[in-house]
Design a protein around this ligand. Sequence first.
Ligand code: PLP
Length: 392
Amino acid sequence: MEMAKKKAIYLDYAATTPVDPQVLEAMIPYLSEKFGNPSSLHREGQDARGGVEKAREVIAKAIGADSREMIFTAGGTEADNLAVIGAALGNRKKGNHLLTSAIEHSAVLAACRSLQSQGFEVDQIPVDGSGVVNPEDLVRRLRKETILVSVMHANNEIGTIQPIKEISGVLREREILFHVDAVQSFPHLPIDVRELGVDLASFSSHKLYGPKGAGALYARQGVKIVPLLHGGEQEGSLRAGTENVPALVGFGKAVEVLMKRREEDTLRTRELRDELLEGILSAIDHCGLNGDRMRRLPNNLNLFFDFVEGESLVIHLDLEGVSCSTGSACASGSVEPSHVMLAMGKTPIQARSSVRFTLGRGTTMEEVKAVLEILPRIIVRLRSASATGRLA
Ligand code: PLP
């Protein structure tokens, strides 16, 4: 049997992305000479403040917001927590009922669970077999006590895109706050918060070639939220703590670069992704796509391979130089089947036989071809092993 060349092929861009060289370059001065504390009045402090405020303006402009509406956080998880917990506690007088989709990231689901222990009631909106929320299912679950709805723009595991504008139309009429987790969508889709009609939206830097540990929450002016962190008056007193200046500067630069190349990247990635999908479907039996074919991010392929355990497949691909994942970075490594797959009506075994490939700026046609050579061989090997194994 011919051995494949051990070549690093990274197909896990939804988990994280490498830092763009231009981003790194923009960050370096803020790790050295521009080291000041943005709250300080002297020159060093004002240099650092300038970097943070420029990043804020770039990001606000990119999503059609005012820079006063952007709260910097230490990532998407914190932005989700601040949105859900901050808005729930800030609007408690109006009601105690929240709605979220069944396929949200754990940052939203766990934040909701923590609110349940504080007297809030939370309902989940189901998704159909293709991983999409039906706004009518949402309407049926609304109550007069509903104060907040949280539905992600695009799912991190299956890449499905949710009908945000339709949902916001329903919620606006009823004056219910709407939070959207845009962590996975913003790297690929144009976002205008006013056009989408959302009140709160979460973003993360490391999904778009920026550094880890930086994120932002858009909070429409007038939306009441209470802080999670207490201390100094940073971020309009909504996020205490000295700002992570180099990371925020890097986040801003990453968004600046994104705005210049997103359209082109999207076209290229979609083409490569479709090539990979067609190749896999024609070379391998008993496999298929999880989630809607059209309503999905241009870089996402989530596939099931019957009679194969996703974790084993990920490990075998890694041994041959291909990095992918069984779903979200958080879900992989855990023995529980993905809540997203279960919500779509998959059985636990089907859920466990799924793998996610997410493409990015570094992906090439050569890599796609290499995966199409490696993957079918591994599937044959794992299936013959599983013929006597537990998934048979
Ligand atoms: N929301 C979604 C949809 C995500 O995919 C992720 C990251 O995997 C997060 C939130 C959390 O973002 P961060 O890693 O910046 O905390």
